[in-house]
Design a protein around this ligand. Structure first.
Ligand code: SF4
Length: 219
């Protein structure tokens, strides 16, 4: 597998936000969102075996044989571009980690095993990658999956609201997240729109960007 980084941080962008988490960032992405904050993961990285990655996860999550962190997030880049993601997930589940995967929504999610929490983006027009969402993925959603819209402006907000009106998936997921593009859309504005419309939406902020310097990789 091609891996950009493995690190321990605070989960920042889902219903698990605030929990200690081990992140495995896979290298490579087939999309180019204009506001992407992980462009450093497009290229490079290190070739590692599944066992190497597991060793990295265990090293960061255990101390003296005791499990201190049980949450592992597979992210990127786009983690579903690499076929070894499946044996890695199987091994993590065997070891009783709680596994999250964050994916762009463009890849097929149906082969991911049921215990995995799938955090699925729907790319809005302001990302520059609107129209890439694989609509067949909606049928595969089930709790505790989460559907996420990253919004650059009011136009994206209205687009996301319309998408949800056309695809009423609220009961299939644990949460629908609306997250403002950091530094571009004021969270206060987005919060106001959600409240005005009475949407059953969770406002998602990238918690790690409020804790650490927003441009710091590996947090
Ligand atoms: S899908 Fe994710 S990693 Fe790929 S360009 Fe978009 S934000 Fe960046």
């Amino acid at each position: 597998m091609q891996i950009t980084e493995i690190f321990r941080s605070i989960q920042g962008e889902s219903t698990h936000a605030g929990l200690p988490c081990i992140f495995v960032r896979l290298t490579g992405c087939n999309l180019r969102c204009v506001w992407c904050d992980t462009a450093y993961a497009f290229h490079g990285g290190q070739a590692k075996s599944v066992e190497d990655v597991l060793a990295g996860v265990r090293n960061l999550s255990e101390c003296d044989g005791r499990r201190l962190v049980n949450l592992v997030e597979l992210t990127g880049g786009e983690p579903l571009l690499q076929k070894d993601i499946y044996p890695l997930i199987d091994r993590l589940l065997d070891l009783e980690y709680r596994v999250l995967i964050e994916t762009s929504g463009e890849r097929d999610i149906s082969k991911l095993p049921a215990p995995v929490v799938r955090i699925l983006d729907v790319k809005c027009p302001g990302s520059g990658e609107g129209g890439t969402f694989r609509l067949e993925n909606l049928a595969a959603l089930r709790p505790p999956d989460q559907l996420k819209f990253v919004l650059a402006d009011r136009q994206d907000y209205e687009w996301a609201r319309q998408f949800l009106a056309e695809h009423p998936v609220r009961d299939q997921v644990e949460a629908i997240l609306f997250s403002p593009v950091f530094g571009q859309l004021e969270p206060r504005l987005l919060a106001g729109w959600i409240l005005e419309d009475g949407l059953p939406i969770r406002l998602g902020l990238q918690l790690h960007k409020f804790i650490w310097d927003p441009d710091t990789p590996g947090v």
